[in-house]
Design a protein around this ligand. Structure first.
Ligand code: ADP
Ligand code: MG
Length: 574
């Protein structure tokens, strides 16, 4: 039997023919106990060999408790288990290594963990030149999508918003925001240039998980009931009785919109899966549910949260031309010249285009094996690749998957893979963010979150540092991709400085462009925000970047919808 040590750790690793199937941890019990035997044998046979760090580890092919063959040696960075599985050509279960470390508890095969980190960092790296290639690809897809419906991988949906608020709007409007984890109803009073948003009331409710995957009627009845309850709470001044109320409906899922107040759902995203809504006009569904509640209210505008954010931004600053959502999901919209939209035959001067950039618009997005696995196990495999790399719904889970890989292949957290690490909900993006920003000298918060979320106590400082490195790689890739997306839109509308003046200087009088950003990820994740701001300057250059301002614009998906309801012609004010 071969003894193996890696940095003082003894390793026995096994692959065995599957007769009984895998356990939930991917570790079959008979093989695990055999491996433990091997490990203990390795330990005793090399106890005299001190803690040399020069040895390699080896694989044992097992059947039941019998060793079939040793598959050879590997050094750190070598075969992942999945590769061993492919090589065998027969269905095999894989099992975790059994590691006995002489050093810090829960470090396992440290070099292997480091090599997993390095490989992940390398796949996630986003140098400016690769980002520019992505930008060029993105613009080609945008143009194809603008040319005809379904013409490109970017949907480039018409929003029918060809008028944006300019601050003169007045009246009382309702808004309803459905787009992810938060569902809100709002009531706002607009007071024109002088008054701005004079008064605002809102109520928030979570969509019960069973309704996110239930029926169309259940979902809309729930929403309409919340709206009706909220409408009852208004005082006489804020909500005059006897008048039909106007509602701006923010519905942040891909819609095929046919007018400012009608649109059919293309598909659900962000964890929603209500099959009988797909293909239906969500305004009709909502209005029917509102009627069932006996409420006198009509939908004046159907918008996306990006459009709402654009409207909210434009209400206070007319240089807002682009808006981006970085929350549970991600998306962007912008003001496009009507002449650049061949599929739009209307008379307007411009139209707000909803890019739906969360889609899988490029095969060259930097994706690692964990991203492929996340996609394969998601409710929409093959779809929304950009979103799955960038948005808050997924970042924590990418981190979890990298740590799971380290736990399985390199025993980062000890002999057993922590069972909580197998649960997709164990590491959320807010937890990742908290670990990423831990500034204590012993990374105390990282230790606390690992203990609380995945049940691993007493992690060493090195393990905690490694976890922070993974957080950095995941967040940096996400932020840089989002930043590149913004640069892509700037380039599409000629605001990236490429139409420069003499000597390459920014043309005098080049317009200022404001990008309004909303969403919990951008708002509450400072490192993400820094990386995003930085990459835009890196790509555009200091001088052009001075003409571009990326600003947090909150509550666009709420107040913004009310503003569109107020400024679109079919929505006279109260
Ligand atoms: P939604 O996108 O559902 O409308 P938000 O804009 O509030 O809602 O974004 C919520 C998302 O923001 C969460 O799903 C989460 O991914 C992310 N998020 C919330 N809090 C934090 C945080 N402290 N750090 C990082 N991300 C966060
Ligand atoms: Mg939102």
């Amino acid at each position: 039997m071969t003894a193996c040590t890696i940095n003082g750790a003894f390793v026995a690793k096994a692959v065995f023919s599957s007769t009984g199937g895998e356990s939930s941890a991917g570790v079959a019990a008979p093989a695990r106990s055999r491996a433990q035997q091997i490990a203990s044998s390795c330990r005793s046979s090399s106890s005299s060999s001190s803690s040399s760090s020069s040895a390699t580890s080896c694989f044992f092919h097992l059947q039941g408790s019998k060793i079939l063959k040793r598959s050879g040696y590997y050094s750190s960075g070598d075969l992942p288990w999945s590769a061993a599985r492919r090589k065998s050509g027969t269905p095999v279960c894989t099992m975790a290594s059994t590691v006995v470390s002489k050093q810090a508890k829960g470090r396992g095969n440290w070099n292997k963990s480091l090599s997993i980190l390095k490989e992940f960092q390398s796949v996630c790296s986003t140098p400016a030149e690769s980002l520019w290639s992505l930008v060029d690809e993105m613009i080609a897809e945008m143009e194809a999508g603008l040319a005809k419906e379904g013409g490109g991988k970017m949907r480039m949906l018409l929003t029918f918003v060809d008028n944006l608020p300019n601050g003169n709007e007045t009246g009382i409007f309702y808004a309803l925001d459905l787009g992810g984890t938060n569902f809100r109803v709002l009531r706002v009073q607009l007071g024109g240039k002088e008054g701005g948003v004079m008064r605002k009331e809102s109520r928030e409710a979570a969509i019960p998980p069973e309704l996110m995957q239930g029926t169309n009627k259940e979902l809309f009845d729930y929403i309409a009931k919340e709206l009706a309850d909220f409408a009852c709470t208004s005082d006489e001044n804020f909500c005059p009785r006897g008048k039909r109320l106007q509602l701006g409906f923010t519905f942040s899922f891909p819609i095929h919109q046919t007018s400012i107040k009608s649109g059919n759902l293309i598909n659900w995203t962000k964890g929603f899966a209500v099959p009988d809504t797909v293909g239906k006009d969500v305004v009709k569904e909502l209005e029917a549910a509102i009627t069932r509640q006996g409420l006198e209210m009509r939908v004046s505008a159907l918008v996306n949260d990006t459009v709402g954010t654009l409207a909210r931004g434009h209400f206070v600053d007319e240089d807002v031309m682009i808006s981006v959502i970085l929350g549970t999901g991600t998306n962007a919209c912008y003001v496009e010249d009507a002449a650049a939209i061949p599929k739009w035959h209307g008379r307007s001067r411009f139209m707000v285009i909803n890019t739906e950039w969360g889609s899988s618009w490029s095969d060259n997005l930097p994706r690692a094996d964990v991203d492929e696995a996340l996609d394969a196990e998601s409710i929409n495999p093959g779809d929304q690749f950009f979103e799955k790399l960038v948005s808050g719904m997924y970042l924590g889970d990418i981190l979890r998957r990298v740590l799971l890989k380290m736990a399985t292949e390199a025993q980062l957290f000890g002999d057993e893979v922590p069972s909580k690490l197998l649960s997709p909900l164990s590491l959320t993006t807010p937890k990742m963010c908290a670990m990423h920003h831990d500034e204590t000298s012993d990374l105390h918060e990282v230790g606390r979150i690992l203990s609380e979320s995945i049940g691993v106590d007493d992690t060493s400082l090195e393990v905690r540092q490694l976890v922070v490195e993974v957080c950095e790689a995941v967040a940096m890739r996400a932020a840089r991709l989002a930043g590149a997306g913004i640069v892509g839109i700037l380039k599409k509308i000629g605001r990236d400085g490429s139409t420069s003046g003499e000597n390459g200087s920014v043309r005098s009088g080049a317009p200022r462009t404001v990008v309004a950003v909303d969403g919990g990820l951008y708002e509450k994740y400072p490192r993400f925000q820094e990386h995003l701001q930085k990459v835009v300057v890196e790509m555009l250059g200091e001088e052009t970047a001075q003409q571009v301002s990326i600003e947090l614009s909150q509550d666009g998906s709420g107040v913004g919808a009310a503003l569109i309801a107020a400024c679109c012609p079919s929505a006279p004010s109260l």
